[in-house]
Ligand binder design. Structure first.
Ligand code: BES
Ligand code: MN
Ligand code: ZN
Length: 497
């Protein structure tokens, strides 16, 4: 929608954005008379969230150039103004400005936020996120048979210092989430395993992260059997990418937060092939890794926490060939746990197991958070409204829930229990990768993963299969990838986890 969204910039804004609460006859912080008062007396000026009416200030009278357009945007009920509505409000403004083709907007919502008791910086951040997220377009795969619109950049500013500071943060976070979305959108013939690794290296170089790629015989040396096995059938070779952020100042704590992302560049199901319509869209089976990728970008560019953060991307393509792994194979993982493969379409947990073992054995983690499009079952359970969350560590869970509250990426807790772990027991090996019994399916996935996390390590598993993409335009999103998790993980590191 926009080439870029920038905060600040020179020159006068063509557009002034003000807010109207539901049913109000004036814009908060603005006089009742004049152009704004006039437009708000009209019946279409309802003040519903995102509803827009325009006022045009009288020209001339020798005044210096003011805005030529006033966008009055509905804020909904005063008592329910929050960050989420602010994101939708910003998205509505962004969509509107994309049609008016203005390039500089001045946002004057601080008085409205004050009236509603919403912190101006938080509101500014949400507004910046909304604008940045709605700006996302991915038309690089359109060819000569499409007409591509030329995109312009949008400059946004605010006279309120805290609101403007929030805008800066929000626009930055959205940029990171948009990186995740673009990766998600990139088709599997282009976003291959080596492409993901080289994009990680490129990003690391740009923002000052350390990047190591473990591939080929090194996967064997390190005992990363899940990644190696799942990726064996594809000519696109699997790898583990490790990204590291080290604070410039002396770190508050030596132990890193470790983020783990399932990065399946394509999930055909393998020999347990996906049938019917269930394969299409599986280019997005890398979205856990994309979210972690985006979060590392945000951590390096916006959050800059005073602690070490390590990201592990489990990158593979689940394909079919005579080298494919099979149902009945038995794998021995780094931590000695043996797994009987019963279904090659339950591949995500196999690659994640490697990284969870690695995190516990090699990184001495303060905590481990994994993000994965792990199960179709979580979509059945929670739809696209909440991600499934498994976390039995109260302190970590509170941090994840707090970050989720701030980012608006909702999580709902589901249980761990020994009975679920027992469902994963195998007659042949220690455990199997999929119990044909479909009971509590997403919980079985979490139970499987729990065999690879050392006792005592605070751990949170997020199953994002329902929330990583949306099938309709909503809030700041258009149909397609949401970048779910990038902002949550960034906020989590920003909140001093
Ligand atoms: N990548 C899928 C899960 C998925 C489903 C992601 C829908 C996004 C949308 C995962 O690897 C998978 O295939 N899961 C199977 C596991 C089953 C075969 C044990 C599932 O959930 O059906
Ligand atoms: Mn699968
Ligand atoms: Zn998968």
């Amino acid at each position: 929608m926009f080439k870029a969204v920038k905060v600040g910039g020179r020159g006068a804004a063509q557009v002034l954005v003000v807010g109207q609460f539901k049913g109000a006859k004036s814009a908060e912080g603005h006089a009742k008379d004049g152009a704004i008062g006039e437009v708000l007396s009209r019946t279409e000026a309802t003040g519903d969230v995102g509803r827009i009416v325009e006022a045009f200030p009288a020209k001339g009278r020798g005044k210096s150039a003011g805005p030529s357009r006033i966008v009055v945007v509905g804020l909904g009920e005063k008592k329910s103004l929050n960050a989420e509505t602010m994101r939708s409000v910003a998205a509505a403004v962004g969509r509107w400005i994309a049609t008016t083709k203005d390039t500089k907007i001045d946002v004057d919502l601080a008085a409205a936020c004050k009236a509603a008791g919403l912190d101006a910086q938080r509101a500014g951040c949400a507004f910046g996120e909304g604008l940045g997220l709605v700006a996302w377009t991915c038309d690089q795969f359109r060819g000569t048979a499409s007409s591509k619109s030329t995109l312009t950049s949008l400059e946004v500013r605010s006279d309120s210092k805290p609101f403007a500071a929030g805008l800066e943060r929000g626009v930055g976070l959205a940029e990171s989430a948009n990186i995740a979305r673009t990766l998600s959108q990139t088709p599997p013939n282009i976003a291959t395993t080596s492409y993901m690794a080289s994009e990680a290296k490129k990003m690391a170089r740009q923002v000052g992260l350390k990047c190591t790629v473990i591939q080929g015989s090194k996967l064997d040396d390190e005992g990363l059997v899940g990644i190696k096995t799942v990726g064996a059938a594809s000519e696109n070779k699997p790898c583990l990418v490790r990204l590291e952020y080290t604070p410039s100042a002396r770190a508050r704590s030596g132990k890193p937060v470790v983020l783990v992302g399932k990065t399946m560049t394509y999930d055909s199901g393998g020999l347990s092939l996906k049938v019917g319509g269930s394969m299409a869209g599986m280019k997005r089976d890398k979205d856990g890794g994309c979210a972690v990728f985006g979060a590392m970008h945000a951590i390096a560019t916006v959050i800059k926490p005073n602690r070490k953060v390590v990201a592990l991307l489990c990158i593979a393509e689940n394909s079919v060939s005579d080298e494919a792994y099979r149902p009945d194979d038995v794998l021995t993982f780094r931590n000695g746990v043996t797994v009987e493969v019963t279904n090659t379409d339950a591949e995500g947990r196999l690659v994640m197991a490697d990284a969870l073992c690695w995190a516990c054995e090699r990184e001495d983690p303060a905590c481990v958070i994994d993000v994965a499009t792990l199960t179709g079952g979580v979509v059945v359970a929670l739809g696209s409204t909440f991600a499934g969350m498994w976390c039995d560590d109260d302190k970590l869970r509170r941090k994840v829930e707090d970050a989720s509250e701030v980012s608006g990426e909702r999580v709902w807790r589901l249980p761990h229990h020994q009975e679920y772990r027992d469902m994963m027991k195998s007659p042949v090996a220690d455990i199997l990768n999929s119990n044909p019994n479909r009971k509590a399916h997403p919980i079985q996935g979490a139970a499987f993963l729990s065999y690879f996390v050392e006792e005592g390590v605070p751990w949170c598993h997020l199953d994002i299969a329902g929330v990583h993409a949306t099938d309709k335009d909503s809030g700041p999103y258009i149909a397609g990838p949401t970048g779910w998790g990038t902002r949550l993980l960034a906020e989590l590191l920003g909140g001093g986890a």
